[in-house]
Ligand binder design. Sequence first.
Ligand code: PGA
Length: 230
Amino acid sequence: MNAPGGPLVEVIADEDWAAVVTSAADGLLDDGRPQRWCLATGATPRPLYRQWAERLDLSAVEVVLLDEWIGLDADDPGRCAAMLHHDLVEPMPEQRRPTVTAIDVDAPLDPQWPGPLDLAVVGLGANGHVGMNEPGTAPDSPTRRVDLAETTAAGALRYGARRRPTGGVTVGLGPLQQARRVWVIVTGDHKAGIVERALNGPETTDVPASLLRSHPAVTWWLDHSAAGRL
Ligand code: PGA
């Protein structure tokens, strides 16, 4: 549980960030019981997942994707499922790999998907989004198909996508609020301004990440660069 008055904010030296967050994740795996973790993909978790692949035994974990693009080919390397496999699953020895449940963007969507979560690891978009919950998203939003902000769609090209996605599917803020624990991971000085707005500004749908401040067990794992304006 967090101290009254706000979310737990951990500020870590840039060079130690991935190792510290990895140790915290390892601590959640102690008893070997089955768990379901919802994981972001993209640039921020890449160094983290490299360490998870080296150090963690995720064989009791079902990983579900936080979001997925619409409009990319099944074999596009920029798909979130492809990034998760490339960054986390493939580098792990087989016996320590999690099971992975991807998002079928063509199937009917359950608004409460993926159901109970032990942990949700989410990044922070430059526009304050969480997953693909863009500015304007309601705090109790379901899992659903979404239109993407310009900067979000362009992000897919940075991740190596062959074309611009036409939309996305994201776990909603509603199911994320129900997770037992939420970790917001943010690195780099290019995120310092939006971190400051998300943590010190008003809780507003204009900055969807600010709405996670009210989660009873949220931790913001920031490196010094991302925390530079707090
Ligand atoms: P990034 O994306 O980790 O690639 O910076 C974060 C996000 O847009 O949620």
